[in-house]
Design a protein. Structure first.
Length: 238
């Protein structure tokens, strides 16, 4: 019996991991209803581990449960982003501070090829590949900080921010700016400059928020223009 419970626990955690990946890849899109019957067939699991996994993602803020309607993929509002990013900037800034205080030559050697890949993808304008390497660098710096309490908080917010994924990188020029910011942070790590690494990391996170705000403003302007054009076509004499 004990062995059965462990297997079931591992299964629902594996399902939760798969669902997170589906949300991050936008296979499950923001705002979408979660079709439990389809997912059980797609993932080859029964309803029980799926529903346990859904509870985990609801607790993490990736899904929301609506009475009599089911689960939906969450969408981050402008207020959510304005609330979360300053916290993430503070926490990741502290990660960079502690990483710069503890980093070794061997650590820097391991980070070097990641930054070279980052520059390559930035020059190519490959947002998906850039995002993947960017995530590896953030996680590597968090690991170098070697503070499990800090890591727990960062991981919690990072899961929620995955709902906005790499939207900020779609803003014109942002991918090159982001790369330059990462190279500056890396230089601060090389210099064993905790204060500099922290300040640069905080700026890097807040520039992501600025880009998301600018994109939202562009979308709003485009929506207003489309509405005005539609109104003119249907009521040209008004």
């Amino acid at each position: 019996m004990a062995g059965t419970r462990i297997v079931q626990q591992v299964l629902y955690l594996e399902v939760a991991d798969r669902l997170r990946a589906m949300i991050q890849s936008r296979e499950l899109k923001a705002g979408a209803w979660v079709d439990e019957a389809q997912l059980t067939r797609q993932l080859g699991v029964s309803r029980t581990p799926l529903r346990e996994a859904l509870k985990v993602l609801v607790a993490e803020g990736l899904l929301r449960l609506e009475p009599r309607r089911g689960c939906f993929v969450n969408e981050l509002s402008a207020r959510d982003l304005n609330d979360i990013f300053p916290l993430m900037a503070m926490l990741e800034g502290r990660c960079a501070y502690e990483a710069a205080s503890k980093v070794t030559h061997e650590d820097l050697t391991r980070l070097e090829p990641l930054h070279e890949q980052l520059e390559h993808h930035a020059r190519a304008g490959d947002i998906d590949q850039y995002y993947a390497v960017n995530a590896q660098i953030h996680e590597a710096i968090q690991e170098l900080a070697d503070n499990r309490w800090l890591s727990d908080m960062v991981e919690s917010l990072r899961k929620v921010l995955s709902l906005s994924r790499h939207k900020s990188l779609a803003y014109p020029g942002r991918i090159r700016e982001s790369c330059a910011e990462h190279m500056a942070i890396f230089a601060a790590l090389k210099a064993r400059d905790p204060d500099g690494a922290e300040a640069l990391t905080r700026k890097h996170l807040m520039r992501q928020l600025d880009a998301l705000r600018d994109l939202a403003a562009q979308d709003h302007q485009a929506s207003d223009a489309a509405l005005a054009a539609h109104s003119f076509l249907h009521h040209p004499g008004d």
